[in-house]
Design a protein around this ligand. Structure first.
Ligand code: G1P
Ligand code: ZN
Length: 547
């Protein structure tokens, strides 16, 4: 039933710092909860991409604290700004890749995704919001820059008054002249997965006694994983653990890496471990892949998936090319070279893959930060990576350890690790980067901790499709053909700064591929720590997290 509601125009003043980072606007939940903060940003998005008259948007989030309130506010604002229809996931839930799938499948005029990804949630945690374009991917820099500029000059926002929309039941209702369509958050996504992968072969695998553990970390992927893995593919009930999305992720840190998914790691390295383990993050775009007694680094996972994608029906005709973020290891490039397809290295963040995917230049993309995906959507996709791995294992009839050994024997192994120094002093971290940047020209030829620098630069990137350029995307210090270190500051944090140090070393000899990665990387790690002066400048002798 339609209630007539008039749009109100509410005066406001700008907030400082509403600048979208690597993936949308992120801030402490309490910052987002203050009056007008969310409203200002949402109105700035609408002002930038609007007018909304007659348009349809997709809306959903990862279910973290404030998701429900934020969705009601955004619905009222979309109505006041003249949108014709908004598709919302039931209970306000949509994983990031599912939102991308809905935008594309239903051809909506973009959408808003509420999430701070892998950052902890709750009233004292983090919240975030980002706008995705009609192609389904994160808005490019040109749009996020315009949104930021708008936030600095905003004077009013529009909103309708009225009761909350009931989001617990699928179906349509009307809010101030706009249709709110509550959709099943899983259906469109699950159908897409069924079209890409050999579900029959995976069903047979499970029927043959293959055992899996999927840790949804009390985040948004639970309902997706349960439907697809347990209901559709026949994995044992209970395969998916921590399946219920909770506003504070059960107090956990929903980042699928060996540190934060420690319980899964312990199980996978125990006697009687399942054959395959996986986890996903807050909003479902990241993945962790682990076999029995075998952890697969995200960089290796990208390479293995690129090498074997043709085993899945959706990629049977081969892949057009592979893109990785620059700090991701070069393992994927070796696969591309062998396949004779293009390889690209882009700045950190999924938004840089969009043009390459749209132009059909690449099919598979990935980042060292546990993000992998393909042209099926315009976001990285955690469950997609898990399903492609299952498809590969079913087709090759091999264990994860067997697949890795075969891969390294063919391509060589890129030992890889990322060291994070979290919540360090922002000014000190910026000075560290500035000083290193200033010294780049002098570095080649110098020896540090027994390694000789052959090349050093600050990564800049020109998009090969649209010609746009970005600079200062990470300092690379290269030690010959085999080893390199990359340093950059995180663009997703909400407090202080996080220094990320990415380390890699190539080992072509199969007899030397069984080393512990931290051991294998100790020399290059020491060289970077020394040259950057991490201990003196940041007061840290050890990283907080090694992945
Ligand atoms: C981090 C990751 C990056 C990823 C982003 C969003 O960004 O490093 O690869 O795209 O989260 O998930 P950062 O904090 O390093 O800017
Ligand atoms: Zn995420």
């Amino acid at each position: 039933m339609e209630t007539l509601m008039t749009a109100q125009t509410i005066p406001t003043q700008p907030f400082d710092g509403q600048k979208p980072g690597t993936s949308g606007l992120r801030a402490r939940t309490r910052v987002f909860m203050q009056p007008r903060y969310l409203e200002n940003f949402v109105q700035s998005v609408f002002d930038t991409v609007g007018p909304l008259d007659g348009k349809t948007l997709t809306l959903g989030g990862d279910g973290r604290f404030f998701n429900d309130r934020a969705i009601q506010t955004i619905l009222r604002m979309a109505a006041a700004n003249g949108a014709a229809r908004v598709l919302v996931g039931r209970d306000g839930l949509l994983s990031t890749p599912a939102a991308s799938a809905v935008i594309r499948h239903r051809k909506t005029d973009g959408g808003l995704i509420l999430s701070a990804s892998h950052n902890p949630g709750g009233e004292d945690g983090d919240f975030g919001i980002k706008y995705n374009i009609p192609a389904g991917g994160p808005a490019p820099e040109s749009i996020t820059g315009a949104i930021h500029a708008r936030t600095a000059e905003i004077t009013e926002y529009r909103i309708v008054d009225g009761p909350d929309v009931d989001l617990s039941v699928e179906g349509e209702s009307v809010l101030g002249g706009m249709v709110v369509e509550v959709i099943d958050p899983v259906a469109i996504y699950a159908e897409l997965m069924g079209s890409l992968f050999d579900f029959d072969a995976i069903r047979l695998l499970f029927a043959d006694g293959f055992r899996m553990r999927f840790d949804a970390m009390h985040a948004v992927t639970g309902p997706y994983a349960k439907t697809i893995l347990e209901d559709q593919l026949g994995a044992e009930p209970g395969t998916v653990v921590n399946a219920e999305p909770l506003p504070d992720f059960g107090g956990g840190h929903p980042d699928p890496n060996p540190v934060y998914a420690a319980a899964l790691m312990a199980e996978m390295f125990s006697d009687g471990a399942p054959d395959f383990g996986a986890a996903s993050d807050g909003d479902g775009d990241r993945n962790m892949i682990v076999g029995r007694h075998t952890y697969v680094t995200p960089s290796d996972s990208l390479a293995v998936l690129a090498a074997n994608a043709h085993l899945a029906p959706g990629y049977a005709s081969g892949i057009a090319g592979v893109a990785r973020s620059m700090p991701t290891s070069r393992a994927a490039d070796r696969v591309a070279a062998k396949l004779g397809v293009e390889a690209f290295a882009t700045p950190t963040g999924w938004k840089f893959f969009g043009t390459l995917l749209d132009a059909g230049r690449v099919t598979i993309c990935g980042e060292e930060s546990a993000g992998t995906g393909s042209s099926h959507v315009r976001e990285k996709d955690g469950l997609w990576a898990v399903l492609l791995w299952l498809n590969v294992l079913a087709a090759k009839k091999m264990s994860v350890a067997g697949v890795m050994a075969e891969h390294w024997a063919t391509y060589g192994r890129d030992y890889y690790s990322r060291h994070d120094y979290e919540e360090v002093d922002k000014a000190a971290a910026e000075t560290l980067m500035d000083d290193l940047r200033a010294a780049l020209g002098d570095l080649p030829g110098t020896e540090i901790e027994g390694l000789t620098v052959t090349d050093a630069d600050d990564f800049s990137y020109t998009d090969p499709v649209d010609g746009s350029t970005v600079e200062r995307q990470g300092i690379r210090i290269v030690f010959g053909e085999a080893a390199r270190g990359v340093l950059r500051l995180s663009g997703t944090g909400t407090v202080g700064a996080t220094l990320r140090v990415y380390l890699e070393r190539y080992e072509p000899d199969p007899s030397k591929q069984g080393e512990d990665p931290q051991q294998a990387l100790s020399q290059v790690s020491a060289a970077i720590q020394t040259r950057a002066g991490i201990a003196e400048r940041l007061g840290r002798t050890e990283p907080d997290v090694r992945t």
